[in-house]
Design a protein around this ligand. Sequence first.
Ligand SMILES: NC(=O)c1ccc[n+]([C@@H]2O[C@H](COP(=O)([O-])OP(=O)(O)OC[C@H]3O[C@@H](n4cnc5c(N)ncnc54)[C@H](O)[C@@H]3O)[C@@H](O)[C@H]2O)c1
Length: 247
Amino acid sequence: MRLSGKVAIITGGTFGIGESTVRLFAKEGAKVVIAARNEAKGAKLVDSIKAEGGEALFVKTDVSKEEDVANLVQQTVETYGKVDVLFANAGVGDMQDLDCCTLEEWNRTISVDLTGVFLCNKYAIKEMAKIGEGSIINCASILGHVGQMSVSAYAAAKGGVVNMTRAAAVTYASQGIRINAVCPGYIDTPILENTPSEVIDQLVSMVPARRLGKPEEVANCVLFLASDESSFVTGANLLVDGGYTAQ
Ligand SMILES: NC(=O)c1ccc[n+]([C@@H]2O[C@H](COP(=O)([O-])OP(=O)(O)OC[C@H]3O[C@@H](n4cnc5c(N)ncnc54)[C@H](O)[C@@H]3O)[C@@H](O)[C@H]2O)c1
């Protein structure tokens, strides 16, 4: 198993890419800490993983709140003794043009998609430094690399995650902590559920692979970055986009 003995925190772990990664990590031998807001879904997922012989803990967490993130890391260490891996995955989408985006809407997206990633990195790094190793994978997006209409705050946040990841990778490499980003393209998850089907069709037509990605296809890349197989990889942006940004 590729994550045997590792303790992994996954934020936004109850749906979509996060849930697929939780299930994959548990199968690969990790003790998985699921950080999300939906307690009922979290409890169900923990039961399902334990029923399959895995180990998991749910900690109710809003990643935009510092006290919640501090508690998440503390609960992880109290339960499993350390933090080896963080997948800072929680995120929200937006569909706003800049001239219509209210300050409240802007702050809501930035507080989850950028500040939430910062807070999780901050508290995980403190624990990883104690054991002299760790792997952090931040969830950015193709929209951290290229633009698209009507996603102003989201693109700003994801661009921030991309470059924060590089700066943090450089800062903590000598302490044995690797920090990378995974940058999904259009993936078939609940985040797209309010996107009209004609818009989805249009997006798919722009993807060289001519389809949406599957959450499992992102989870497989996160697993590689979490495992020792990527031991000399840090500061990288792994694009998982069916060729979208290569055009
Ligand atoms: N699906 C895509 O097409 C796509 C493309 C590029 C990037 N991404 C990124 O992938 C990540 C996962 O997205 P997904 O597609 O699985 O979406 P999703 O909506 O299925 O999952 C997002 C998860 O984040 C959680 N979350 C949201 N706000 C939170 C908060 N404040 N605190 C804790 N948890 C919170 C949600 O409850 C949910 O579990 C996000 O960062 C998203 O921006 C997705």
